[in-house]
Design a protein around this ligand. Structure first.
Ligand code: FAD
Ligand code: FES
Length: 350
């Protein structure tokens, strides 16, 4: 459920990114509690359209702040609006924190974490690293953070200050693709081969417990493959968040994709019925019928459209968030699911 929330603070972090801090009212504090790594979904009317986008919280839960950073994407609808028009005291509609990319810390942990971030992918990492450093006194964090140059590096100074505060427990590596880094290891694009060298030199994988990745899809998939195939790293200790995907839902032109299915959906406790063409996703059908079906990325990466399937059959395209167990228990992504049966029931639990 979306709530109207006032913007408490807004700051230009780099020439291409603003941070937005929300003033969460006392009565919503419990609903808006979050784990480090989770995101908020924001909604605004832009050019007469309701536009919803997700943004990872960069503040740590213990700070009491709810802060996100929005990087300007050329011609991007929400990011242009946020960077050019939003100001302090404006309100935005905000949905409670969500997402399965997060860390659970424990004071007794004695772990070695490696975090990889590129560009705006630093946002969930800020929340994760601040929480680990504060709440796990025996753990160490390595951060490899790729950007074009120092000027475009979000949170550069804050990270340098955290390094001063935590010394050897926080190993900070800025890697620049369009400017010279502090060594040859720190100069060039953050990609598989470069990371292979960086790991060997600064953060041996054999001494690493968990790896968190937030960056472009190709970087994420290449690193995952490198870690699993070359380093035999346990896949269950690789955690990643994608902000966007290159694999949109593509209607299938086969015999099963013709005709119409009837959907009975429970959204925010209210039961609604709509029809969906068999080559459309449940989300497309619901939105076309005028219902407030939850969604954000529409690419199978954020999980905002997650729902539970009752009677009926679907086929799912791109899924980068649901685990095998969740799918076995009946969870589906409405933005990626085409209905194969004539009827289906789905329950959204926002
Ligand atoms: C879980 C989650 C967390 C996110 N956290 C953050 C965050 O902390 N900070 C942040 O800035 N963004 C974050 N995003 C991305 C954000 O939700 C938007 O996708 C992004 O701001 C672009 O929205 P837009 O409306 O400006 O662009 P749109 O109008 O939706 O897109 C314009 C064009 O840009 C392309 N595009 C969309 N997103 C990206 C991207 N990230 N990089 C490159 N090209 C893109 C689109 O394919 C399209 O061609 C997150 C996304 C998810 C799913
Ligand atoms: S809207 Fe993001 S996974 Fe469906």
């Amino acid at each position: 459920m979306f709530h109207k929330i006032t913007i408490k603070n807004i700051n230009k972090e780099t020439p291409e990114a603003v941070s937005i801090e929300f003033d969460i009212p006392e009565n919503l504090k419990d609903e808006f509690s979050f784990k480090p790594g989770q995101f908020l979904t924001l909604k605004a009317k832009i050019q007469d359209k309701d536009v919803k986008r997700s943004y990872s919280l960069c503040s740590s839960p213990s700070s009491g702040q709810h802060k996100v950073v929005v990087k300007q994407i050329p011609n991007g609808m929400f990011s242009s609006f946020a960077n050019q028009e939003l100001k302090i005291s404006d309100t935005l509609e905000v949905n409670k924190p969500a997402g399965s990319f997060y860390i659970e810390t424990a004071p007794s942990n004695n772990k070695n974490y490696t975090l990889l971030a590129a560009g705006s992918g630093i946002t969930p990492m800020m929340s994760i690293l601040k929480t680990v450093l504060k709440e796990e006194p025996n753990s160490t964090v390595n951060l490899f953070y790729g950007n074009k140059n120092p000027e475009l590096t979000i949170f550069k100074e804050e990270l340098e200050q955290i390094k001063i505060n935590y010394g050897n427990r926080f190993n900070l590596h800025f890697v620049y693709s369009r400017s010279k880094g502090e060594s040859r290891f720190h100069t060039g694009r953050l990609e598989g081969r470069k990371l292979n060298k960086l790991f060997k030199k600064f953060a041996p994988i054999s001494h690493t417990d968990d790896i968190f990745i937030c960056g472009p899809e190709t970087l994420t998939m290449n690193v995952k493959e490198l870690l699993i195939n070359k380093f035999k790293f346990d896949p269950s200790n690789i955690h990643f968040e994608l902000f966007t995907t290159s694999t949109p839902i593509v209607p299938k032109k086969n015999s099963k994709s013709e005709g119409i299915s009837e959907v009975k959906a429970t959204i925010n406790g209210e039961v609604v019925n709509f029809s969906v063409k068999k080559n459309q996703s449940i989300l497309e059908g619901g939105l076309a019928a005028g219902f407030d079906v939850p969604f954000s990325c529409q690419g199978g990466v954020c999980g905002v459209c997650r729902c539970m399937k009752g009677n009926g059959e679907v086929e799912m395209e791109n899924n980068l968030v649901l685990s095998e167990e969740e799918i076995e228990s009946g969870a589906i992504l409405a933005c990626q699911s085409r209905v194969l049966s004539d009827h289906i029931e789905v329950i959204f639990n926002e």
